[in-house]
Design a protein around this ligand. Sequence first.
Ligand code: AP5
Length: 210
Amino acid sequence: MKHLVFIGPPGAGKGTQANFLINEFKYNHVSTGDLLRKEIMSKSDIGLKVEGIMASGELVSDDLIIKIIKNNLNFKVDKYIFDGFPRNLKQASFFHEYLMSEFDYVAVHFKVDLSVLYKRLINRRVSADGKHIYNLLTSPPKMPGICDYTGLPIVQRDDDMPEVVSNRLKIYDELTKPMIEYFAKLDKLAVVNAEQEIERVKNELVKVIS
Ligand code: AP5
């Protein structure tokens, strides 16, 4: 199996689908967003540095992201889903030229119209440990306010507040979207229609990885 890179706007369903693939296909999941949120929860130096940046929807510095990525990978034993990294052209060239110089990968574009994302994001809730993803409208927990798997409360991410969501979508358009052409030119791009219901997106992804 090749490594996978998930590219898509906030709310496209990257985390939802990664959770499925790690369970079914034993991928390892590297989400730079999750790693940063862990730093914030533990109130580390990195966490204190990035908390305000993430809450405003801006991107964290490339140097910090590259350091975090290098510290969290072990290519001798693992196949990865990269979720949220790379995030701009500079990170994409680091990824392709340096990290993947000896490995093969597919960059999967989660294609979805930006107009549906706002509603998905303001209704997203996650378990307090950040591992399980819900949606108040389309996939609520069985007991209101409680994670089905952990029994922890479900919470709203700071960057899912309506005023921040618009900024994140704008940043995606300006900085992340150009990577789609970058990976297409390298002949590494696959596209899934992420506007479909979750099960159908899963089925398309399974075709991509097989
Ligand atoms: P990050 O955590 O990476 O967030 P993101 O890319 O904005 O993506 P999301 O987690 O918001 O969305 P998702 O696509 O995973 O959607 P989900 O599956 O949850 O980044 C957060 C911040 O960290 C950044 O803003 C930045 O500050 C920083 N950062 C991270 N990486 C960085 C990097 N490399 N460089 C610099 N800064 C970085 O689904 C969303 C909702 O929709 C859920 O409620 C779900 O239930 C629902 N849903 C999912 N699929 C469907 C479907 N098919 N139909 C209907 N509803 C669906």
